[in-house]
Design a protein around this ligand. Structure first.
Ligand SMILES: [Zn+2]
Ligand SMILES: [Zn+2]
Length: 254
C-alpha cells in the first residue's frame, strides 16, 4: 500500500495562469480524500487524470472561498456527471454541517440530498476520524480564521500534515511532530509578513519544530514567487524542501 499526495492546486484566491486555488488529492487504496476544493479544482482533477468520480471524502480546512468555493460544484458534478452510488463523506471544521445546510436553503436541496449517500460531519480536535481500517484524519486549530484547522492523515506509511491556511504557531509544529511530509502554506514574502499566513522562513520554522522528514510548500501569492523560497526556508529547516506545482505527486513515507 502507498500513501500518495497530489498537489492539485498550489495557488490562492489570486487568479494565476499556472496555479489554481487550493486542492490536494490524497490516495491510499480505496480511500481518496480531496483536501480543500477551491476554484479550478474539478478541471484540474480531470487534467491530472485523477479519479475524481470515485472521491470518497472531501475534507475542508476552512471556509474562505479559495479553499471551499468549488465544493458545491463537486457535489453537483457527482450528481449529474457520474452514476454514483458510493457514499461521499464531507468533513471539515466546526460549522461545516451548518454551512452546507444553509447552502441547501439558498441554492437547492441537492446540496444535502444529491441522490447518492452523503454524510456530513464537523471534526473536533483530539477526535480522530477513521478513513479506513488503519487510516485516520485528525484536525488541529490554526491561527487564521475562527474555524480554520490543519488536517493530519495518519497511516502505516506515515503522517501527512496539511496546514491549510495558518499563521505562525509553535503549537501546530508540536502537533505535527514526526510527520513524514508537511504540506505547508507559504503565502507571502518576509517583507509582507502578517499574523494569519506564513512566509518561507516561518514555514521552514514550522517544519523544523515538527522535525518533519520533508517539507512541501504550497499556497503562493504572486509576490512570494519573486523571492528565493527554498533558500529562505532552508535557513531554518534542514530537511528536503519542495516548492510544489499543480499536478506534482509525492509518495508519503518514502
Ligand atoms: Zn487560502
Ligand atoms: Zn484562508
Amino acid at each position: 500500500m502507498s500513501l500518495t499526495l497530489v498537489t492539485v492546486g498550489t495557488g490562492t484566491v489570486a487568479p494565476h495562469p499556472k496555479r489554481s486555488s487550493p486542492a490536494n488529492w490524497v490516495e491510499r487504496g480505496e480511500v481518496r480524500v480531496l483536501m480543500d476544493c477551491g476554484a479550478g479544482t474539478l478541471h484540474r482533477l480531470a487534467e491530472f487524470g485523477l479519479p475524481w468520480e470515485h472521491v470518497s471524502h472531501l475534507a475542508l480546512t476552512h471556509f474562505h472561498p479559495d479553499h471551499f468555493g468549488e465544493a458545491p460544484a463537486l457535489l453537483f458534478a457527482l450528481k449529474w456527471a457520474t452514476h454514483r452510488e458510493e457514499p461521499l463523506v464531507v468533513l471539515g471544521p466546526v460549522g461545516t454541517v451548518q454551512l452546507f445546510k444553509r447552502l441547501a436553503d439558498a441554492i437547492g436541496k441537492w446540496v444535502t440530498d444529491p441522490g447518492y449517500p452523503l454524510v456530513m460531519l464537523d471534526l473536533h480536535p483530539g477526535e480522530p476520524f477513521p478513513l479506513g481500517a488503519d487510516m485516520t484524519l485528525e484536525v488541529h486549530r490554526t491561527p487564521h480564521t475562527q474555524e480554520s484547522v490543519a488536517l493530519g492523515v495518519r497511516a502505516p506509511e506515515g503522517l501527512l500534515v496539511y496546514t491549510g491556511d495558518t499563521g505562525p504557531s509553535e503549537e501546530l509544529g508540536d502537533w505535527a511532530t514526526g510527520c513524514a511530509l508537511l504540506l505547508a502554506e507559504c503565502s507571502l514574502p518576509e517583507a509582507m509578513a502578517i499574523d494569519m499566513h506564513l512566509t518561507p522562513r516561518q514555514a521552514g520554522a514550522l517544519a523544523q519544530r515538527a522535525a518533519a522528514r520533508r517539507l512541501v510548500l504550497t499556497h503562493f501569492y504572486p509576490p512570494v514567487e519573486q523571492v528565493d523560497i527554498v533558500t529562505e526556508a532552508a535557513s531554518v529547516y534542514r530537511g528536503p524542501i519542495v516548492v510544489a506545482n499543480d499536478g506534482d505527486r509525492f509518495e508519503v513515507g518514502r
